[in-house]
Write a protein that binds this ligand. Sequence first.
Ligand code: SF4
Length: 232
Amino acid sequence: MPAAQFINKLEVQIDPQLILAVHGYNEKRKPGQAIRDMVEQAAKEAHNLVDPRALYQEFAVQQLTADSVILDGGMRFSTGRQISSFWQGSKTLGVALYTIGDRLEKQVSELISEGKHTEALNLDIAGTVALGVVGFRVQYYACERLAKHDLETGPWLNPGYLDWPLTDQRLIFNLIPAASIDVRLNDQCMMIPRKSVTVCAGIGVGQRLDGFNRCMHCGVSKCPYRRLTATK
Ligand code: SF4
């Protein structure tokens, strides 16, 4: 089993347009200058607060059933039928964990305690946008490595998505050295720092799913972050 790779030099640019998109602004509904200024300020502040860290590791797949992934050694992820179908043909499971650290969320709490709710909201959204940028870089890192071996990567998905129970986060945290990037899991299977993400992808899939958009298959209909994928 290859060792975990620590991904350094994660440069994070936060595009204020993406914060505006989460608020529902677009070409037809443009924000005023005051809102633009506030959002730009949030993006700058977030840039100073993020502390991106990531790790990536691959695990051999023993068997991919109709609704689960079983790793060598017997660990079983109950992914559900849809995710299992996206990953059909996989010989390996890529697992990534990334975070922007806890400084931004501490500042959000501080702003809330001062009654600055709009600033807190914008900073929180900017943090989520930053986390998305880190995720993109991590996935790019893995896909680039795998493409050199002509290996196709399936969609990057995680416990809590579709039918995959959130409790399978515990299995992921048993597999990878999460503590080495200062991320832990609480009893409710939520990650600390809060702005942290795990994702997995089947590697060596037998089908191309170019342009896969996880929001299209997601049942969280009122999620404001759905608008981010609409801007791409
Ligand atoms: S709709 Fe929201 S919760 Fe669902 S996948 Fe997209 S960003 Fe995630």
